[in-house]
Ligand binder design. Sequence first.
Ligand code: PNS
Length: 162
Amino acid sequence: MAIAVCPGSFDPLTNGHVDVIRRAAAIFETVIVVIAHNQNKTGTFTAPERVELAREALADIPNVEVTSTTGLLVDLCKERGATSIVKGLRSAADFDAEYSMALLNRHLGSVETVFVLGDQNLSHIASSFVKDVAAHGGSVAGLVPACVEEALKARFSPCTRA
Ligand code: PNS
């Protein structure tokens, strides 16, 4: 049974992520979406919040599950019997960032990374941009799933904005 993990910060999940996860779910029998820790990023949503949002947004895809880890991705792959890591690419810049990570994960855990091209109509979407728009009171409709839109509104409402 081919199991893949689809890791990321997902802070928060965007429509670009959902597109890539759907494509991965059409290739692999099981896709485990993993909210993982990126040393270089501070979170807007906690890991449990991100997991909840991703579970709600991806609930209609039967072969997708969502979990989180604070450890190494390759360790989770081993525990879950996943032989592939799926990453979405929006551009050549994404590939540059992913190239070393893919080789590192192969070095650490003999796991192959499979790259999936996202929908070109969603290539402008990034979690960081979405948070910036929401923080400045703009609409993120069409950029994120409805549950994430609501969560961003609540997080950046005038009452909670500094
Ligand atoms: O969405 P991001 O922030 O680009 O995702 C990066 C992420 C979280 C997948 C990466 O930092 C990661 O795999 N973290 C888990 C720890 C790990 O395994 N590090 C070694 C590979 S970089």
